[in-house]
Write a protein that binds this ligand. Structure first.
Ligand code: SF4
Length: 661
C-alpha cells in the first residue's frame, strides 16, 4: 500500500500564525470566537487557559483578547480600548489588506461591493471597515440586479472561488463606467483544492482530515468525491476505519486549512503502519521449497565436529552419512571473510539444520540460526522490560528503514524514525543508534522498532534537567531555534523560552529576523517562569543598559551644551543634545518676550547653546534654557563689576550690600 500526502494541505499561513499567537498567549487570554473551525485545537487551547468568548462583554477589564484570523470591524478595537483590554491581533495579513482596501474605497467616495458569503465573519469584518455601506453578493444573479454606478470598488473574500469571482466581475463591468477591482483572494484555499484533486485522481481512496464544521474541509472532501474517488472525512485519527482500505494500493491524505499538524500526523502514522505491514521487508526467505520428512530435519539442533575447512565453508560431522556444510554466511553476521578464520578442524559446534533435506542432497547447517534464537530471546526481553537496544541502519524503502539488530533484521516505520516529520530515513543508513522495540513476533520474523521513542525520552529527560536550573533572574545561554513575527523561541538546553520582540532591544526594531538568526547563541535573562505551564519569558534587553540612562550620566544640571532643533511645538522646541538625548526648550526659556511665537525665533536644524536646567531620570525628561545662559552671563558681569569696584575702592560686595540697606 502506498500512502501519499497532498502537496498542499493543513494549516494555511494565516491560521498557523493565529494558532501560534494563541499558544504563546498568557493564561486567561480570551479569543473572540473559536480561534479556528477545529474542536480539537479549541479544546487544547482551553486546557491551557485560552478560552473563546462570543463578545467583549464577557471579557473582564484589563484582560487580553485575541482577534482571530478572520478579523473584526473597527468598533471592536474601540470597545477593547475603552475596556483597557490588551489586544493580540491575529488577523491574517491578507484579510487586513481586504479591510483596508474596503475602507479606502469608501473614503474615495466609490460604491463598495464585497464578493463573498454575507454571513462569513471575515466578510462581516471587511464590511464594517467599509462603514457597513457595502453591497455584499456571491452570485451572478445578485450582481445583475445592482444599480448602475459611476464607479464600483470591489474587494473579494480571501477564500472565494476564483472562477466564480471572474464570472461575477464580468457582470459588474456592465453595471458601472469604472470597475476598480482589488484582488484580495488568497491562494491557500485554491492550492489545497488543486492538490486534493490531483491526488484523488491517482488514489484508490482519499482521507480528508478536518473539523466537520469547517467549510473549507467539507469543500476538499467534495472536490475529491467529484473525481469519483471514495472519500472519508474524519476529524481525528480515532475515526479511521482501517478495514475500509484493505486491498487498496494507493491512499491519498489531505487536510483542511484549519487542521493542525499533530492530527494529520496521527492519521499518517496509522496509515504508514498499515503500509509497513503490507510490505515484504519483514518476510523471511525460505531456504528450500521442498519438505521431506527425514531425520534429522530442518530446525533440529545437533552437535558436530569440524572435519575440514576451506575459505568458503567448513564440513561438520553430525552423525549422518555425509558431512553437513557450514557456509561462511551461516557462521556469523556479518559473514567472516574466510571460513577458516572462524572455525578450526576438530572444533566442536552446536548447529541448527538450515534446510529441508532431500534424498542425496547436501545438509546445510547454521550457527547464525542458533545465534538468532538467542538474539530473539534477548530482543524479547528488551521489549518486555522496555529496555533500549542498539541497531544499525541498512537500507531504506518508502515505508521506513531496515536495520540489523544483532543477527536479526528489524524495521523502523518512517513515523518512528525521528521526532520531527521526515520524508525519508536515508540519513540513518550506516548509522548505529539505540531503539525501543515496539512490536515483536519471532514466528513471523517481525520486529518493529522506534528511534523516535528513544529521542522523545531523551528530550523529556533533558527538559526536566533544564527546568531544574531555571529560575527567575537567572542569566542563561540559549540558542535561537524559531523566529516568529512576535518574537523568538530560545532553546535553553532542552526547554524553550519566548523572547518577545519588545524584550529584544531598547531600540525600536523593524522585525525579529532583522536582529536575530536561527542557530545564534546568546545570553538571556529569565524574567518570568511559570512552572505549572512550563512557560518561560526571556529578556535580552534587561541585560543591556538603558541607552538614555547611559547617555545622561555624562551631563548634569547647569551644563551648557550644543543642541540641534529637531521639532517645533506650539509651546517650545525639541532639541537633540546627544544621539540618545532630546530635551524641551520651553518658549519661556527661549525668550522673555510675552506672546512670542516659537517658529519666529528658531528653525528646525538650528544649532544653539542651551543650558540644562532640569533632568528627570524617572520620566526621562530634560529641560533646556537659553535665558538661563543669558542670566548666568549677566550675573557674571555684575560679579566681575563688583569685584573690580572693590579692588578700586577697597570695599567688599558685602560692604556694598550693607550700605544699600
Ligand atoms: S486562507 Fe488565506 S486569507 Fe484565510 S487565513 Fe489562511 S492565509 Fe489568511
Amino acid at each position: 500500500m502506498n500512502v501519499k500526502i497532498a502537496d498542499a494541505c493543513g494549516f494555511c499561513y494565516g491560521v498557523r500564525r493565529a494558532v501560534d499567537m494563541a499558544l504563546a498567549a498568557e493564561k486567561g487570554t480570551h479569543t473572540l470566537g473559536p480561534i479556528i473551525h477545529n474542536p480539537q485545537v479549541v479544546s487544547r487551547l482551553s486546557d491551557q487557559g485560552i478560552t473563546p468568548v462570543d463578545s467583549l462583554d464577557e471579557v473582564p477589564d484589563g484582560a487580553a483578547i485575541l482577534i482571530r484570523s478572520h478579523g473584526v470591524g473597527p468598533l471592536v478595537y474601540q470597545e477593547a480600548e475603552k475596556k483597557n483590554l490588551k489586544i493580540i491581533d491575529a488577523t491574517c495579513p491578507h484579510v487586513k489588506k481586504a479591510q483596508q482596501d474596503a475602507k479606502k474605497i469608501v473614503e474615495d467616495g466609490k460604491k463598495l461591493v464585497i464578493i463573498g458569503e454575507k454571513s462569513h465573519p471575515e466578510v462581516i469584518s471587511i464590511s464594517q471597515w467599509g462603514v457597513n455601506r457595502a453591497i455584499i453578493l456571491d452570485r451572478e444573479k445578485e450582481a445583475e440586479k445592482i444599480p448602475f454606478s459611476d464607479c464600483l470598488g470591489v474587494v473579494v473574500q480571501t477564500t472565494f472561488n476564483q472562477e466564480q469571482f471572474k464570472r461575477i466581475a464580468a457582470i459588474l463591468k456592465t453595471r458601472t463606467r469604472q470597475l476598480d477591482v482589488h484582488m484580495t483572494i488568497c491562494t491557500a484555499t485554491q492550492q489545497r483544492q488543486n492538490a486534493a484533486v490531483a491526488l484523488a485522481r491517482q488514489s484508490d481512496a482519499m482521507i480528508v482530515i478536518g473539523g466537520k464544521n469547517s467549510a473549507n474541509t467539507g469543500r476538499l472532501a467534495e472536490v475529491c468525491r467529484q473525481q469519483g474517488c471514495p472519500t472519508y472525512h474524519v476529524e481525528t485519527a480515532a475515526e479511521l476505519e482501517t478495514s475500509r482500505f484493505c486491498g487498496m494500493k494507493n491512499i491519498g491524505i489531505t487536510a483542511g486549512a484549519s487542521t493542525p499538524d499533530w492530527i494529520i500526523q496521527e492519521v499518517v502514522k496509522i496509515m504508514e503502519n498499515l503500509q509497513a505491514e503490507g510490505t515484504e521487508v519483514m518476510s523471511e526467505e525460505l531456504l528450500d521449497k521442498y519438505d521431506y520428512e527425514e531425520n534429522p530435519k530442518k530446525g533440529d539442533v545437533v552437535k558436530g565436529t569440524v572435519i575440514s575447512v576451506n575459505d568458503d565453508a567448513a564440513y561438520v560431522s553430525i552423525g549422518t552419512k555425509a558431512e553437513a556444510i557450514l557456509p561462511k554466511k551461516e557462521m556469523a553476521v556479518p559473514a567472516p571473510e574466510k571460513a577458516s578464520d572462524f572455525v578450526q578442524v576438530g572444533q566442536e559446534l552446536t548447529v541448527e539444520i538450515a534446510n529441508n533435506i532431500k534424498e542425496e542432497g547436501a545438509i546445510v547447517v547454521s550457527l547464525v540460526k542458533m545465534k538468532k534464537v538467542e538474539d530473539w530471546k534477548e530482543v524479547r526481553e528488551a521489549f518486555e522490560q522496555g529496555e533500549l537496544i542498539e541497531c544499525t541502519g541498512k537500507e531504506t524503502n518508502k515505508a521506513g528503514l531496515v536495520v540489523s539488530i544483532k543477527s536479526l533484521r528489524g524495521f523502523i516505520p518512517l513515523s518512528q524514525g525521528d521526532v520531527r516529520f521526515v520524508k525519508s530515513l536515508d540519513y540513518l543508513v550506516g548509522q548505529t543508534f539505540q531503539v525501543k522495540v515496539i512490536d515483536i513476533d519471532e514466528h513471523k520474523n517481525r520486529l518493529v522498532l522506534s528511534r523516535k521513542a528513544v529521542l522523545e525520552a531523551e528530550r523529556e529527560q533533558k527538559r526536566a534537567e533544564a527546568l531544574e536550573h531555571i529560575e527567575e533572574g537567572a542569566v542563561l545561554e540559549g540558542t535561537v531555534v524559531k523566529i516568529m513575527p512576535y518574537g523568538a523561541f530560545i532553546d535553553l538546553g532542552g526547554v524553550e523560552g519566548l523572547l518577545h520582540i519588545s524584550d529584544i532591544s531598547w531600540k525600536r526594531i523593524s522585525s525579529v529576523d532583522a536582529v536575530l538568526k536561527t542557530g545564534e547563541k546568546l545570553q538571556v535573562l529569565v524574567q518570568k517562569f511559570d512552572k505549572e505551564r512550563n512557560r518561560i519569558s526571556l529578556s535580552l534587553k534587561a541585560l543591556q543598559k538603558n541607552p538614555w540612562i547611559a547617555a545622561i550620566e555624562k551631563f548634569e544640571v547647569g551644563d551648557v551644551v550644543k543642541g540641534e532643533v529637531k521639532k517645533l511645538l506650539p509651546f517650545g522646541a525639541i532639541l537633540a543634545i546627544d544621539p540618545e538625548l532630546q530635551g524641551l526648550l520651553h518658549v519661556s526659556e527661549l525668550t522673555d518676550k510675552r506672546g512670542a511665537v516659537v517658529k519666529d525665533l528658531v528653525n528646525i536644524g538650528d544649532v544653539m547653546n542651551v543650558e540644562i536646567i532640569g533632568i528627570d531620570t524617572d520620566k526621562k525628561k530634560i529641560s533646556l534654557s537659553v535665558l538661563a545662559i543669558q542670566k548666568d552671563e549677566e550675573e557674571k558681569e555684575v560679579r566681575d563689576y563688583l569685584e573690580s569696584s572693590q579692588s578700586e575702592e577697597g570695599a567688599t560686595i558685602g560692604d556694598t550690600v550693607e550700605e544699600d540697606k
